[in-house]
Design a binder for this molecule. Structure first.
Ligand code: DSN
Length: 418
């Protein structure tokens, strides 16, 4: 018998073009070094669950209170996911139905706010997220949004400045969390400011959820009214979202998510969240998060040795934001050159960036995927050396080709998927 030419024979029989894209994606994920801080490689168990026939089921409502018959297995997986989320984060209530981080954030807002209410979040241009009040997002269109940022001097959030802005704005909700902030959040200080202004506090931990779950980043749970997250970043689950909250807010959260925002939940994804949360409760996951942080520290330290400027000077978590202005390279050119060398990252605006978002002056690097593959600090140092070599001259295709082969050899030593 000859070897099958595709890993997806059922797909190939119906749609060879999509099967070819799936095979190519498997190859890409195995064969390149992905440093996108918001991505991760989930386990085969999570993949298999997400690809299961639970995708067929309609299950509007919540366990025990559905609008359709035949929800017994949907109830089982949703109860498992909720219970495990509560255990993992030590929260009163978890709603595991949000399709994404954006709908999780919308849920937190609309459960207690009215259109036109004021929210105060971290500016997108300083590392915040679109849904934290950006004017191009629903969050800046439905609500009256204001922002705080980081200081020019050291690239960190100045809590006195946040307090000053909050006292002027008087927001109904203060939003914390970010997409490109390499330092710990001072949850207590945010809580104090929220209390002074009689505001709700929401912590969006999408990026740092894995570290929060294992104690490698301080938890906002004792301080925030709402904690939202995605489940596919450092948490290493399926693509999706989750809202956690204090017990007294549970009914409002559940009611606004369904029927207020979403219809039928993605039961196959909820089942995969349950599997991922079980994995995240294991000692192996705790050890993994420790290595994510150690690898980021090693990568950051070596980049600094090579003369790279890191926003805030380094990192406390899984990511770093590299200011390339002293290297004379734009974020876009760096992203392209590194990709040609087999290193995939994203261009990223830096605080006070003089360049537009499609060009930028920086790149964002993260270690969740390299760590999932089993790479350690030795490899992190090697990766920093490659980044330095490529960015010395982003037009040098000979260097890119040489490093592409070295990256391929490293990836072969640390296979991602069989
Ligand atoms: N797009 C995600 C990120 O890259 O950080 C945030 O939603």
């Amino acid at each position: 018998m000859s070897e099958p030419t595709t890993r997806y024979p059922a797909v190939a029989a119906v749609d060879p073009e999509v099967a070819a894209a799936l095979d190519a994606e498997r190859l890409r994920e195995n064969d390149s070094l992905v440093l996108i801080a918001s991505e991760n490689y989930c386990s085969e168990a999570v993949l298999q669950t997400q690809g299961s026939l639970l995708t067929n089921k309609y299950a509007e409502g919540y366990p025990g209170k559905r609008y359709y018959a035949g929800c017994e297995n949907a109830d089982t997986v949703e109860e498992l996911a909720r219970d495990r989320a509560r255990e993992l984060f030590g929260v009163d209530h978890a709603n595991v139905q949000p399709h994404s981080g954006s709908s999780a954030n919308m849920t937190a807002y609309l459960s207690v706010l009215k259109p036109g209410d004021k929210i105060l979040g971290m500016a997108l241009a300083h590392g915040g997220h679109l849904t934290h009040g950006s004017k191009v997002s629903f969050s800046g269109k439905i609500f009256s949004s204001f922002s705080y940022g980081v200081t020019r001097e050291n690239g960190t959030i100045d809590m006195d400045e946040v307090a000053r802005i909050a006292a002027i704005v008087k927001p109904r909700m203060i939003v914390t969390g970010a997409s490109a902030y390499p330092r710990f959040f001072d949850w207590q200080a945010f809580r104090d400011i929220a209390d002074e202004n009689k505001a709700y506090l929401m912590a969006d931990i999408a990026h740092i959820a894995g570290m929060v779950a294992t104690g490698h980043h301080p938890s906002p749970v004792p301080y925030a009214d709402f904690v939202t997250t995605t489940t596919h970043k450092t948490l290493r689950g399926p693509r999706g979202g989750m809202v956690m909250c204090k017990g007294e807010l549970a009914a409002a959260v559940d009611k606004i998510l369904f029927p207020g925002i979403q219809g039928g939940p993605l039961v196959h994804v909820i089942a995969a969240k349950a599997v991922a949360f079980k994995e995240a409760l294991s000692p192996a996951f705790k050890a993994y998060q420790g290595k994510v942080v150690a690898n980021a520290a090693a990568l950051a330290a070596r980049l600094v040795e090579h003369g790279f400027d890191l926003i805030s000077g380094g990192t406390d978590n899984h990511l770093m934001l590299v200011d390339l202005q002293n290297k004379g390279v734009t974020g876009a050119d760096a992203e392209t050159a590194l990709h040609a060398a087999g290193i995939t990252c994203n261009k990223n605006g830096i605080p006070f960036d003089p360049r537009p978002p499609m060009v930028t002056s920086g790149i964002r690097l993260g270690t969740p995927i390299m760590t999932t593959r089993g790479m350690g600090e030795t490899e992190a140092v090697q990766i920093a050396d490659w980044i330095d070599a490529v960015l010395r001259d982003p037009k040098d295709t000979a260097v890119q080709s040489r490093i592409r082969e070295e990256v391929r050899a490293l990836c072969a030593r640390f296979p991602a998927y069989a």
